[in-house]
Design a binder for this molecule. Structure first.
Ligand SMILES: [Zn+2]
Length: 399
């Protein structure tokens, strides 16, 4: 659960100072590993060396004492994890990217991995509250979790100049699943089209923000580089980017939650993982393109884990290369290649007509039911699902 922190001026100064100390520790650990390796071919592991040096560090630099042993250990472990991730990438043959030194100004924050060093007192079910950090004080935080449970760890994270408290909760996730069924076609004109005819528009905020961003970028190009106004505009751009990211997250969460609450069976296309990287893959180059992007991979990932949180819901991946949803008639199975500009499906064989994307969603649902229908009927306590006579439109309120 992520809460926004509202620190006082002096608390903010302390958070920033602590963050810089954590960053220096991170960079020092990284540097030590590199020099040890270069000098003697020794690879410094986390457990065999760096953690044991923390008491000596605190003796020499007493300013580290206030930060808490476990939080410091966690930062050391972070370096270790960056190394492990690097080795994994090397092994897999991906573009490796050696762990980098971090800049103190943009350091991401720090983490208390257990319940020591902090205390959180909230309203009912974790709503808002007071977060007390040892040696720092009590911070005001705001946020409303969907579910509440036993608190496990706390991460203080800094993003675009704002501080957040992320509290990890242990709880049994309760998510009811809907009883309707739908195929989902992901598109560019609509975020998605469902087999029951529902189509979700691209959210407006992306367009508004992209215009605003373009204006700020023109403004930036007029400024003297690294001057006061330049930095001010630069900060505005960073905050806008962060805002867009938050809005996109919200949109994806609302959309996928609503889908899972309405439908018990969903079928959609299997996206190529290579195209689902953070930067959107090669086909999504260009700034505005990435801003306007609603984040297909984010939608599918959220959809998948939310369906898993229900005990009865199912999400089927349809191999679109084999099934060809955009070229197949859902009624008679006749295949006919459509141009991208053809927005209507008109079957030359049986005469069935419909919106191209909706029809594609119908093909996917049909394929899933045909291939997995048996499991649906007999397995996993799923029971037989009735096809609704009238599709119910879920409530897709915009973020
Ligand atoms: Zn047909």
């Amino acid at each position: 659960m992520r809460y926004k922190i509202y620190p006082t001026k002096s608390q903010l100064a302390m958070l920033e100072a602590w963050n810089i100390l954590h960053c220096r520790l991170y960079n020092a650990c990284l540097e030590q590993r590199i020099t040890m390796y270069r000098g003697r071919g020794v690879s410094v592991g986390y457990y065999n060396a760096q953690q044991n040096e923390l008491p000596a560090l605190k003796a020499e630099f007493p300013e580290y004492k206030a930060l808490g042993s476990q939080a410091l250990q966690e930062t050391v472990r972070r370096v270790d994890r960056a190394y492990q991730a690097f080795f994994t990438r090397v092994k897999r043959g991906d573009k490796a990217g050696f762990p980098r030194f971090k800049s103190a100004r943009n350091y991401v924050g720090f983490c208390y991995p257990a319940k020591a060093g902090w205390k959180f007192e909230s309203g009912a079910n974790g709503k808002h509250g007071k977060l007390t950090l040892s040696n720092l004080g009590t911070l005001k935080v705001r946020g409303v979790p969907r579910q509440w449970g036993e608190m496990r760890q706390l991460t203080l994270s800094k993003h675009a100049g704002e501080w957040y408290a992320i509290i990890t909760i242990r709880c049994e996730v309760k998510r009811p699943s809907g009883t309707f069924q739908a195929g989902i076609d992901l598109g560019t004109e609509h975020v998605l089209s469902l087999s029951d005819g529902t189509q979700i528009e691209n959210p407006r905020f992306l367009k508004t923000s992209s215009k605003k961003l373009a204006r700020l970028q023109r403004e930036l190009s007029r400024r003297t580089r690294f001057g006061v106004n330049y930095n001010r505009t630069k900060g505005k751009i960073a905050r806008l980017h962060a805002r867009i990211a938050r809005q996109r997250e919200d949109f994806q969460h609302q959309l996928t939650s609503s889908l899972v609450a309405t439908y018990g069976i969903l079928a959609t296309e299997e996206l190529n993982i290579k195209n689902m990287t953070a930067n959107g893959g090669a086909y999504k180059k260009g700034l505005n393109r990435s801003i306007l992007d609603v984040g297909m991979s984010g939608i599918l990932q959220k959809l998948e884990y939310k369906v898993k949180e229900t005990s009865t819901g199912r999400l089927w991946w349809v191999p679109t290369r084999k099934v060809k949803p955009s070229q197949t008639c859902p009624v008679c199975g006749h295949q006919h290649k459509k141009l991208l500009s053809e927005r209507i499906h008109l079957c030359g064989n049986c005469g069935y007509t419909g919106n191209r994307d909706v029809v594609a969603a119908q093909v996917m649902l049909g394929w899933a039911l045909e291939n997995y229908g048996q499991e649906l009927a007999c397995g996993d306590g799923m029971g037989v699902l009735a096809r609704p006579s009238e599709p119910r439109n879920p409530d897709y309120s915009e973020a």
